[in-house]
Design a protein around this ligand. Structure first.
Ligand code: UCC
Ligand code: FAD
Length: 546
């Protein structure tokens, strides 16, 4: 039967039909916005050729390793064949290759070599943005490694942490170490609890990936308050999905901060890891779109290719607008970080970086879940099939709004940083958005977008003015909507600004116009409906527990 040219399992109506799968192409060459952004700000040939070669490697080689990491998760082996307790983590070869690749490609190192001055972080994060969805989540330990290096750099690269610093930032695979970040509470939570660490510790899913903690930054409460320690792991740590396992961790521990100054001292790490989180969010959105638009050229439904159904294109275009907004917001925060690290940040830059770090993390984390979920749907039933690799994108997007501070916890961080700066961070925000809009005032095609952002900015200013006198509980209820408003307005201004650049395309303008059609300032709409009044919390609670 086969020899006669009839494939096995042929179904009568559809013949030998097999749906073609989506093909991952070079994610750098596929991304016009990334290339446009770099052409505008960092047009060096060496950067383009490195990112192009890396993109090729990601598509042809690394993406396969990422799948291998997924299908061969690490195992914890408690005993050797002779019954001795070993607690060894057995990882896949692909996971080990990710470590070597990360060092060789300078995925952490680029940020510290600073070969491109204030744009070095943009370069580093562009590379991570290409890599992330193919990394099997190796970007998680890389984020913490980067954060640990940053903390060490900020406290001074000297004994006892100078070796750690050089290993965290090296390009030599055999020397490269990765780091963890433990905020001590058993669940590793929002609220840094009061636990004293000793030789035994139940290491929950808290510790994100195996083999990562050669150095960790540890918050602990030894009677006098939280402080920061470096931690040298002498044995492997277990894997996040192994649930609770008791392991003996041996460590050399050095106190790095004054007592009671732990959170403040680790804040630099939080900034770095939250930026990585945001890069990951934008990158996963981009990846699902790259695959979805390729698939739309291969899948026929109702007599024509998906790409020829305008309603399907509308769906992908809406995802594209979200993704472009996320990208520009993330890269702008990377730009600010780069300026701070090269010593050229103005006070406005420093305020913006502090305010926008929680904002970009919380907003892009949420966007990623929505866009990636829609992205899965664009593959129809195949989007739900585990071994296509697509559901893994959604699973890994979901954690982005949880770890590194949940949406609400970060919204409250926004409030606190506004209060602690006596409003200076908001002043910087308003000033900068206005200056971005001013640059677009003569571009008539963007006028509706400029008007929308400008109007929302005025509403927001008015809200801030009124809300300041309304007390803490009012502000807390408004915190999430305030953070969303900050994100949407700022992103609108960035999209407009990018569309005004001389190398911009008509699609850049179209994306800006589309972004600005949404409610840019939800906090005002909700305020007008009385959502933050004192009568609301009991009604909310009654509704929830009805
Ligand atoms: O989840 C984790 C790792 C997952 C893997 C990471 C991968 C990332 C990307 C991967 C891509 C694939 S690690 C655990 C992360 N945990 C959190 O993020 C905790 C979330 N909770 C918070 O952020 C809370 O706001 C706390 C814990 C920081 C609140 O604690 P406190 O003690 O109430 O903090 P305070 O009172 O707000 O701040 C104490 C000091 C203040 O300084 P001083 O005293 O000088 O005024 C604050 O200004 O710390 C300063 N501070 C900050 N400074 C607090 N937060 C910050 C900040 N974000 N930036 C600068
Ligand atoms: P909770 O704080 O209990 O949050 C539960 C809910 O309550 C959330 O919706 C939250 O928004 C809400 N909420 C909490 N407080 C408030 C409030 N004040 N107002 C309004 N709403 C509130 N931690 C580490 O230290 N190191 C790690 O390496 C690490 N790795 C992790 C890996 C994974 C895969 C995961 C899932 C978590 C990891 N964590 C790690 C822990 C992670 O940082 C926390 O889970 C996260 O910060 C949320 O804290 P929580 O679990 O205590 O949730």
């Amino acid at each position: 039967w086969e020899a006669a040219g009839h494939p096995l399992f042929t179904r009568a109506r559809i013949g030998s039909f097999f749906q073609e799968k989506a093909v991952l192409k070079n994610p750098f060459l596929e991304d016009t916005l990334l290339r446009g952004y770099l052409r505008r700000h960092l047009p060096q040939e060496v950067v383009f050729s490195d990112l192009c070669a890396f993109g090729e490697r990601v598509a042809k080689e690394v993406d396969g390793w990422g799948r291998e990491c997924e299908v061969n998760p690490p195992r914890l082996v408690h005993f050797d064949p002779w019954g001795r307790r070993v607690d060894h983590i057995v990882t896949s070869e692909a996971w080990r290759r990710m470590k070597d690749l990360s060092a060789q490609e300078g995925l952490v190192a680029i940020g510290y070599e600073r070969s491109f001055g204030e744009w070095s972080r943009v370069y580093q994060m562009s590379k991570l943005y290409i890599y992330c969805p193919s990394s099997g989540l190796y970007t998680c330990p890389l984020a913490m490694t980067d954060g640990a290096a940053k903390v060490i750099q900020s406290i001074g690269v000297s004994w006892p942490v100078e070796e750690a610093y050089s290993r965290l930032t090296t390009r030599q695979p055999e020397l490269f170490w990765t780091s963890g970040q433990w905020m001590t509470e058993r669940q590793g939570g929002s609220d840094v609890g009061q636990y004293l660490m000793d030789g035994w510790m139940d290491v929950h899913w808290l510790h994100s990936r195996p083999m990562v903690s050669t150095v960790a930054l540890q918050l602990e409460d030894p009677l006098h308050g939280v402080c920061m320690f470096s931690l040298c792991m002498l044995v492997n740590c277990p894997y996040k999905y192994l649930k609770i396992v008791d392991v003996l961790i041996c460590f050399l521990q050095h106190q790095l901060s004054d007592e009671g100054r732990g959170v403040a001292s680790i804040a630099n790490m939080l900034t770095i890891t939250r930026i990585h989180n945001s890069v990951s969010a934008a990158s996963t959105m981009r990846r699902v779109l790259q695959l979805a638009r390729d698939y739309a050229t291969r899948r026929t439904a109702f007599g024509k290719l998906l790409k020829d159904h305008p309603l399907h294109m509308q769906t992908l275009a809406r995802m594209e607008v979200e993704t472009r907004g996320a990208f520009l917001l993330v890269m702008d925060v990377c730009r600010l970080l780069g300026r701070e690290e090269s010593g050229i940040a103005t006070q406005l830059d420093t305020h913006l970086l502090r305010l926008l770090t929680p904002v970009v993390k919380l907003y892009t984390g949420k966007q990623a879940v929505a866009v990636v979920s829609e992205g899965l749907e664009s593959f129809g039933g195949q989007g739900y099939i585990e071994d296509t690799g697509l559901p893994g994108l959604l699973r890994d997007a979901q954690v982005l709004s949880i770890w590194e501070g949940t949406t609400n916890v970060l919204s409250l961080d926004v409030l606190r940083c506004v209060a602690r700066s006596s409003g200076m961070v908001l002043h910087a925000y308003f000033t900068h958005v206005k200056s971005l809009l001013a640059g677009a005032s003569s571009v008539s095609s963007l006028a509706p977008a400029v008007k929308a952002v400008d109007g929302s900015l005025s509403e927001l200013e008015e809200f801030v003015h009124v809300a300041a006198s309304r007390g803490q509980s009012y502000l807390e209820l408004a915190a999430r909507d305030l953070a969303y408003s900050l994100a949407r307005i700022y992103t609108g201004a960035l999209l407009i600004d990018h569309a005004c650049w001389k190398g911009a395309s008509p699609s850049d303008s179209y994306a800006a116009l589309r972004w600005c059609e949404q409610d840019l300032c939800p906090v005002v709409a909700k305020q007008k409906r009385g959502c933050y009044d004192s009568r609301t919390p009991p009604l909310d609670a009654a509704l929830v527990y009805d």
